[in-house]
Write a protein of this length. Structure first.
Lengths: 423, 357
């Protein structure tokens, strides 16, 4: 993964919150200028303190990990697998009874939601690596989704979680498809923000898979052809396996039921599985969009975050995320990503700890006079939809229009500067 | 593996459970019901000496047996974490069925061996690998065999000699064993009764020699003077191995020697910064610990490990640490377990460390 790592220049002093000797910074700028992230809220000293306090919360949780956490994730897996097996059986049996078919769809959808969110997403963050169980190991786990784990982890764990909400670095701001932030340039296709978001919602796993191939990186010359071909191959292989299982194998099993109900039995199974996948897509889309795209979530320019300290990194995570309030079951179904803020502060601690961590974080946030962005799902969704609608309109400022002559001139100037720097 | 397990691990079933392995589902039904993952139930734990135990296991059907001399990875789950160490099989390979024993000397710093010796209870389920290792009796056992072991190095050799006895091996076997004292010796009663027409047993107690002992002190070439052998197996601490290897080289018999020694990784939690050696196991490289993060040291050694954020967030650089202690650069926390996953971008070695890079 070394390809997309920023060059580390050793000449730059590394600012950090804990006084340790080595932890490198994600963004190292050419100058010694310190990052400006968070300066409107507190001083550098306070930022360092803020970082130290969050480090301490993290350590307290890590020290406390044990049997209860292991039992929890295994219990979730057991429930998920139970739902999956029952759902598949109900879908097969559903050719005799529509209610059973409906129950099967819901169960399979539920299973895929749990598998992708509370299990897959969290396990692939390495949240359970301390258990040393090969079946729930962050490096080996592969999820029930068309996006191959490896490429998703690169885009999500590394790019998105390190460079959260930094324009030009975090590829998850609008996923290269939508305009969701004031500071994104407007292009004519953004007029279709809302319908495009709706389609992305229905086919979200395909969007994630396509996003992970990083075609744009390849086209802009930042990725080698070899790397791109490898990513494409991995994606094809994963897609083939997923399609074969969901839309060939299980329908083929249903062929045994043709003598009892008629020729359409495999089609019913195929259709039901398709709907289950769509249910999962819609749910994951909604949760994830509520996590970063409501109004009041801040985004950052690369220059603001260069040479940032650990405290600033933490603050950027807090300012760049939003929580959703809800019941315990809701949190589990969201993979505890409803605690997006805590997840972004501590992406590698087991998600079941986030509700407790949130209580400590809120106290800290109040003490520093910061805003803790949270709200009901309806409120956050409405906020996201309004954002999508308002940013779909062409901005009057020509510097915010991607194709305006002013912006083209800006980009040309930047390219020339970069060329000079290289020379 | 039986027919059912073979079927459960077959390609069509894998396709149905994709992207997960069928074992992912089977272990939810029962931890021993896995098709490919080897697991076992502890049948009995017996004390051999004050600090050594034998654990008798009954493996599930995924176990494909062992050859005398092999070892297995042995994992126990304690407080949610699986801790793994490698132990030698000590029982006879001639016995049918899936029962076998491991014999283990509790190492003062060895978490798993201490746990096995002091706390492991019958009925516990343990996580194994298939039997591994090249230190095995050949299918055609030569006419004159010499087995040398020191301390807990007796375990694989015990498996060999028990197998030979059970198979009614008629060739001549000499078994030369070194222990500190009779109290410190494993399998004492069995060794007392082992000698027969074709098996010579010679025991040397290095610290508390017996009055009528034929040999004394540590291994020297004199100890095998007059013992003719076509093939020699030696297992024990590094010192014994080195002496035997040099002696065989001296008499030009190196090709007749098979060796295995235990590496007891040293863990010194108080080691000063930038001391010890860092071993990159997969690339068979070593470097002197410079005090930088393991990721930086690996890069300095010319390796190209995966990495992402370089600040301990993204988990891209996570690898198995095989042994040794490491310190988190931010929190200062020290982790000293064998076989645990660490993010090498934020860990510095404390003394000797081996990682799977």
């Amino acid at each position: 993964m070394s390809r997309s790592h920023p060059r580390i220049r050793n000449s730059v002093t590394q600012y950090d919150a804990s006084g340790h000797n080595q932890a490198p910074l994600p963004l190292v700028g050419a100058s010694d200028q310190r990052a400006t992230v968070g300066l409107s809220y507190m001083t550098y000293e306070q930022l360092d303190e803020f970082g130290t306090e969050l480090d301490a919360i993290r350590q307290r949780v890590l020290d406390d990990l044990g049997q209860a956490d292991a039992n929890y994730i295994r219990r979730v897996i057991r429930v998920q697998q139970g739902a999956e097996v029952l759902g598949r059986i109900a879908i097969l049996a559903g050719v005799f009874n529509l209610w059973v078919l409906g129950a099967g769809v819901v169960l399979l959808g539920l299973s895929k939601i749990l598998e992708n969110m509370e299990i897959g997403h969290n396990v692939m963050h390495g949240q359970y690596d301390w258990m040393n169980d090969p079946m729930i190991d962050g490096r080996r786990y592969e999820w029930d989704n068309v996006a191959p784990a490896q490429d998703w982890k690169h885009g999500h764990n590394f790019l998105h979680h390190t460079y959260t909400n930094i324009h030009g670095k975090d590829r998850d701001i609008g996923y290269g498809l939508l305009r969701i932030d004031e500071d994104q340039l407007w292009y004519p296709n953004h007029r279709f923000n809302l319908p495009l978001a709706f389609l992305l919602m229905l086919f979200f796993e395909w969007g994630v898979m396509y996003h992970g191939i990083e075609l744009d990186e390849y086209l802009s010359g930042k990725m080698s052809k070899d790397e791109f071909t490898t990513r494409k191959r991995r994606a094809y292989a994963k897609v083939r396996r997923q399609l074969f299982k969901d839309y060939v194998l299980y329908p083929v099993i249903a062929c045994a039921l043709i003598p009892f109900v008629g020729w359409w039995a495999p089609l019913a199974v195929l259709g039901a599985t398709f709907v289950a996948n769509i249910i999962r897509n819609i749910w994951t889309f909604l949760i994830i969009f509520c996590g970063h795209f409501p109004a009041e979530v801040e985004s950052f320019a690369e220059e603001d975050a260069e040479n940032e300290s650990r405290g600033q990194w933490y603050l950027r995570q807090l300012l760049g995320s939003a929580n959703i309030s809800g019941s315990r079951a809701f949190h589990v179904l969201s993979g505890n990503l409803s605690h997006q803020i805590e997840h972004h502060l501590f992406p590698d601690i087991p998600a079941r700890r986030y509700p407790a961590v949130a209580r400590e974080v809120k106290v800290l946030v109040a003490r520093y006079g910061l805003h803790y962005n949270t709200g009901r799902m309806s409120k956050q969704l409405w906020s996201v939809a309004s954002q999508l609608a308002s940013y779909s309109r062409k901005p009057s400022d020509p510097y915010k229009q991607g194709k305006s002559p002013e912006n083209k001139a800006l980009r040309r100037a930047k390219r020339e500067r970069e060329l000079q720097n290289v020379a | 593996m039986g027919v059912i397990r073979t079927a459960l691990a077959s390609a069509p079933v894998r396709a149905l459970t994709s992207p997960h392995h069928p074992d992912h589902y089977l272990e939810r039904i029962h931890p021993l019901a896995t098709a490919e993952a080897v697991r076992a139930r502890v049948v009995d734990v017996r004390r051999e000496t004050g600090d050594a135990s034998t654990v008798e296991l009954r493996a599930n059907g995924a176990w494909s047996g062992f050859k005398p001399g092999q070892h297995v990875q042995f994992g126990v789950e304690v407080d949610g974490t699986r801790k793994v160490r490698v132990f030698s099989v000590s029982s006879s390979a001639a016995r049918s069925g899936r029962r076998f024993t491991l014999s283990v000397k509790a190492h003062p710093d060895g978490y798993v061996s201490q746990f096995l010796h002091n706390e492991l209870k019958p009925g516990t389920i343990v996580y194994l690998s298939q039997a591994e290792g090249e230190f095995v009796l050949p299918d055609e056992v030569p006419e004159r065999l010499l087995l040398i072991s020191g301390g807990s190095g007796i375990t694989p050799v015990m498996s060999m000699i028990r197998t030979l006895k059970d198979r009614g091996h008629t060739g001549h076997v000499t078994f030369l064993h070194y222990a500190r004292s009779r109290n410190d010796e494993m399998f004492t009663d069995e060794l007392d009764a082992l000698a027969s027409d074709n098996i010579d047993v010679i025991r040397v107690y290095t610290r508390e020699p017996e009055a009528d002992a034929s040999l004394s002190g540590r291994f020297t070439l004199d100890h095998i003077d007059g013992i003719d052998s076509d093939l020699t197996f030696v297992c024990g601490p590094a010192g014994l191995i080195a002496t035997v290897r040099d002696s065989y080289a001296e008499i030009g018999a190196s090709d007749r020697l098979r060796m295995e020694y235990f590496k007891v990784p040293s863990v010194d939690l108080d080691a000063a910064d930038a001391t010890g050696t860092i071993s990159f196991d997969s690339s068979q490289t070593e470097a002197t610990n410079s005090g930088a993060t393991i990721l930086e040291q690996a890069e300095a050694a010319g390796l190209k490990p995966d990495f992402g954020c370089r600040m301990g967030v993204c988990n891209t650089c996570a690898v198995k640490k095989l042994s040794g202690a490491v310190r988190h650069v931010v929190t200062g926390e020290i982790c000293a377990n064998t076989d645990e996953t660490i993010k090498v971008c934020v860990q510095v070695p404390v003394g000797d460390v081996a990682v799977a890079l």
